[in-house]
Design a protein around this ligand. Structure first.
Ligand SMILES: NC(=O)c1ccc[n+]([C@@H]2O[C@H](COP(=O)([O-])OP(=O)(O)OC[C@H]3O[C@@H](n4cnc5c(N)ncnc54)[C@H](OP(=O)(O)O)[C@@H]3O)[C@@H](O)[C@H]2O)c1
Length: 189
C-alpha cells in the first residue's frame, strides 16, 4: 500500500485499554478527557481543514444517526463501509458523494486514489480500522487516550490476524486533564 498517495489517518479517542466505546456503544468515557478549550478545538479544526475525504463504518454511522445527529462532513466525499443498502438513505441528501462499499476494502482504496484525494479521515470504527491495517493502509494514528478503562467494546483495531505492523512515534504529550495525545506514522520498512 506504500505506493498510494492518499494518506489514511485514524483520528480518534480511546480508553487506556484501547477501546472506542463499550460493547453497547456507550461513549460516556470520553467525559474523562479534560476540556482543553480553544486549544483542543483549534487542533480539531486544523485537522478537519486538512482532510478531503472520510471513511466510516456502519456501526459508527448508526451511532451518530441514532443519536439524532446528521452526517456532519457531508461536504466531503465519504465512503460508508456497510452491507446495509438502506443506510445511505438514512443519511439523506449530501453535498458530496456518499459511496457505500462492502467486502474487500482494496476497491475502496482504489476509488479514493482515483478521486485524487490526499488526506482521508478514518472516522471509525475499529472493525473498519482493523481491515485497513491488515491491508497496510493506515498511514497515521492520532489518538487521544482517556484516563480510564472499559474492559469491553470495540478496540482501536479489531482484526483476527495482524502481522505486527510498525509505527513510528511522532508525538506524545498531555492532552487535557489526565489524557494523553499520541501520534504515530506508519513505518515504510
Ligand atoms: N472513541 C471514538 O472517538 C470513536 C470513534 C469511532 C467510533 N467509535 C465508536 O465505535 C463503535 C463502532 O466501532 P465498531 O468497530 O464496532 O464498528 P464500525 O467499524 O464502525 O462498523 C462495523 C460494521 O460495519 C460494517 N462493515 C465492516 N466492515 C465491512 C465490510 N468489509 N463490508 C461490509 N460491511 C462492513 C458491518 O456492519 P453492517 O453489516 O451492518 O453493514 C460491521 O458490523 C461505535 O460505538 C462508535 O460510536 C468511537
Amino acid at each position: 500500500m506504500g505506493t498510494r498517495s492518499a494518506r489514511i489517518v485514524w483520528y480518534t479517542a480511546m480508553s487506556m485499554d484501547g477501546r472506542l466505546a463499550t460493547a453497547d456503544n456507550d461513549l460516556g468515557f470520553l467525559d474523562t478527557i479534560g476540556d482543553r478549550g480553544d486549544a483542543g478545538r483549534g487542533e480539531w479544526d486544523a485537522f478537519v481543514a486538512e482532510i478531503d475525504g472520510v471513511i466510516i463504518g456502519a456501526t459508527t454511522l448508526r451511532w451518530l444517526l441514532d443519536g439524532g445527529h446528521s452526517w456532519p462532513h457531508d461536504d466531503l466525499p465519504t465512503w460508508l463501509v456497510s452491507h446495509d443498502t438502506s443506510l445511505p438513505a438514512r443519511v439523506g441528501p449530501t453535498r458530496a458523494p456518499l459511496h457505500r462499499v462492502e467486502g474487500d476494502l482494496t476497491g475502496m482504496l482504489d476509488q479514493i486514489e482515483a478521486a485524487g484525494l490526499s488526506r482521508v479521515w478514518l472516522c471509525g470504527g475499529g472493525a473498519v480500522a482493523g481491515q485497513l491495517l491488515a491491508l497496510d493502509a493506515v498511514d497515521e494514528v492520532i489518538a487521544t487516550v482517556a484516563p480510564t478503562a472499559l474492559g469491553n467494546g470495540p478496540a482501536l483495531f479489531e482484526h483476527q490476524n495482524l502481522s505486527l505492523p510498525r509505527f513510528g512515534l511522532v508525538e506524545c504529550r498531555p492532552a487535557g486533564g489526565d489524557a494523553a495525545r499520541l501520534v504515530w506514522h506508519r513505518r515504510d520498512t
